[in-house]
Design a protein around this ligand. Structure first.
Ligand code: NDP
Length: 269
């Protein structure tokens, strides 16, 4: 029987992960299947134990279970510990190993696919939720000079900064943003509601990459706003593909080529 993997979420039917992992498996000649797994709200632990009993070797985890996955894991990678959240589980030797490949996916998409250098970059991070927290350590490890965190609720930004205890990571109010940044990452969920975080136009210039973690068929309000102030813009599809490639490498020890995925996923449904 083929090795079995899945993506756990609620809702989950919209997830593109099965398409991505099926393509990776075909490309690398790995004998595996990958499916959607709808876990009931409040029923994550039992669902995971059911998957293990059924012989699954691993699972990706998405909204709203990333914190549950971090709690359930018997062992965490350093990047999952820093993120406080898990998007990749491996079931091995009676252990549930938690990892987080979201931040590595973002960095890979910025550096490799967009061709934007993070070494020495001044980064403005909008939002301080789970996604924001997950990208801080990988951005620092990629050599960023500084990360300024702006969030609607200041206390959450301060807590994030305190958790990292690194002089390169500081917090500010949106209204205090007073200079142009090399990279602006929108890790708020505002775009999901068609809204825009109140980031001042001064943050954007011709040399700025404005990156929205969200992806959609049309440019998000953040991308439209940033582009209108001269920035180069990019949505989170590449991050999705790259975090999947990183998870695939964690499970299978083989790194797939992500380039063919972009045209596949941009095709209209
Ligand atoms: P959370 O719910 O943990 O955090 C949401 C954040 O957005 C908070 O900082 C919140 O501020 C802020 N926020 C929400 N609405 C607004 C608004 N109208 N104006 C300003 N700030 C706002 O969400 P996640 O961190 O899990 O996810 C954030 C985004 O990242 C989502 O769009 C998600 O789809 C995307 N994502 C993309 C991935 C990819 O692979 N491309 C992977 C993971 C996430 P406050 O603290 O004040 O409430």
């Amino acid at each position: 029987m083929s090795d079995r993997y899945c993506v756990i979420g609620n809702p989950i039917a919209h997830s593109k992960s099965p398409i991505i992992h099926a393509a990776f498996a075909a490309q690398t000649g790995q004998d595996l299947t990958y499916q959607h797994a709808l876990a009931p709200l409040g029923g994550f632990d039992a669902h995971v134990h059911g998957l293990i009993a059924a012989g699954f070797l691993g699972a990706n985890v998405t909204v709203p279970f990333k914190l549950d996955a971090a709690r359930l894991a018997t062992r965490l990678s350093a990047r999952a510990q820093a993120a406080g959240a898990v998007n990749t589980l491996s079931f091995q030797d009676g252990e549930i190993v938690g990892d987080n490949t979201d931040g590595a996916g973002l960095v890979a998409d910025i550096v490799r696919n967009a061709g934007v250098e993070l070494t020495g970059a001044r980064v403005l991070l909008l939002g301080a939720g789970g996604a924001a927290r997950g990208v801080v350590l990988p951005i620092l490890e990629a050599g960023a000079a500084s990360i300024v965190v702006a969030n609607r609720t200041r206390a959450t930004a301060d807590a994030l900064v305190a958790a990292f205890a690194d002089a390169r990571v500081t917090a500010c109010e949106y209204g205090e943003v007073g200079a142009v940044f090399d990279v602006v990452v929108n890790a708020t969920s505002a775009s999901l509601a068609g809204e825009l975080a109140p980031v001042p136009p001064v943050a954007f210039g011709a040399g700025t990459l404005a990156y929205d973690l969200m992806y959609a068929a049309a440019p998000t309000p953040f991308m439209v706003f940033a582009a209108s102030h001269g920035a180069q813009v990019r949505d989170g599809l590449g991050m999705l593909v790259e975090q999947a490639a990183e998870a695939f490498a964690v499970w299978r020890g083989v790194r797939p080529d992500t380039a063919p995925m972009f045209s596949l996923l941009r095709q209209p449904a």
